[in-house]
Design a protein around this ligand. Structure first.
Ligand SMILES: Nc1ncnc2c1ncn2[C@@H]1O[C@H](COP(=O)(O)OP(=O)(O)OP(=O)(O)O)[C@@H](O)[C@H]1O
Ligand SMILES: C[C@H](N)[C@H](N)CCCCCC(=O)O
Ligand SMILES: [Mg+2]
Length: 247
């Protein structure tokens, strides 16, 4: 029985949300999907295992993505349950981590800690659990104690999570989307679907680019999100039955 099967007995469905790059709308799309699930009467939780770019507050580091995901979840979650590994600098997390380790102010990122946080959220038994990556699919986490390079995708692979791919619609996204989809498939995971996030409404041939991706990506197009003032305002873009969340 795969890890996911074990987990699925406790959650209706967990998804790993990745994107064609950083800043393409993983958080925005995740919050919109969480709102759509809540409207459908589903209980929701979210996880941002690794964050970089945080404010230092009296309660500790706080990442904007993680706060938005915490707020968009309708199961009450403590901040550290949502985001157990946080770095202050808005840079690649493995570099932020290496800097702290070099100054003896931190320790290497451990995949086991990411799995532990995931298992704790699975135990909350939400109908839907969204895990947001950081940057793109192959996010480095630095070396483990055996000197092996680790990636956040290793976590998704080990948990056998279906993946939602957020494509930031801008020139160059077709290549990024196809390379990401290819890597996910070669990693043995299923893409549950992809989202056309229309960050740049005036992108030339926007429709033609979306149609090209529909032809070139085998996974279904889950939603076309327009540039909007809030994730809540575009939650109706999702058809939850495509994700097996409603009949
Ligand atoms: N469809 C949209 N309409 C309006 N604003 C959007 C939309 N999608 C994303 N944004 C905005 O663009 C910025 C980047 O989006 P977001 O933070 O979701 O990207 P991300 O992929 O999660 O980035 P990161 O890699 O840092 O996690 C944010 O300010 C977000 O609010
Ligand atoms: C700081 C930024 N907003 C993201 N949270 C982290 C992006 C990491 C990108 C790593 C890479 O270059 O692929
Ligand atoms: Mg984000």
């Amino acid at each position: 029985m795969s890890l996911l099967d074990t987990h699925q007995s406790q959650v209706k469905q967990a998804f790993f949300v990745t994107g064609t790059d950083t800043e393409v709308g993983k958080t925005f799309v995740s919050c919109a999907l969480l709102a759509a699930c809540a409207d459908a009467g589903l209980s929701t939780a979210a996880y941002k295992p690794v964050s970089a770019g945080c404010d230092l507050t009296p309660n500790g580091l706080r990442n904007e993505d993680a706060l938005l995901l915490q707020q968009a979840s309708n199961i009450a979650l403590a901040y550290n349950e949502v985001n157990p590994i946080a770095f202050e600098e808005p840079i690649a997390p493995h570099l932020a981590c290496a800097k702290l380790v070099a100054m003896d102010k931190g320790k290497p990122i451990e995949l086991s800690a990411i799995h532990k946080g995931f298992n704790a959220l699975v135990a909350k038994q939400a109908d839907v659990l969204l895990v947001e990556g950081a940057g793109g699919w192959r996010l480095p986490l630095g070396q483990n104690n055996n000197g092996q390079e680790q990636f956040l995708s290793d976590f998704a692979i080990a948990e056998n999570l279906p993946v939602i791919l957020v494509v930031g619609m801008r020139l160059g996204c077709v290549n990024h989307a196809l390379l990401t989809a290819q890597a996910i498939a070669r990693d043995g995971l299923k893409i549950a679907g992809w989202v056309a996030n229309m960050l740049e409404p005036d992108m030339p041939f926007l429709e033609e680019n979306i149609q090209s991706l529909q032809q070139l990506l085998t996974a279904p197009l889950l939603a076309r999100l327009p540039k909007a003032h809030s994730p809540e305002s575009v939650k109706a873009s999702f058809k939850l039955h495509q994700l097996g969340l409603t009949m």
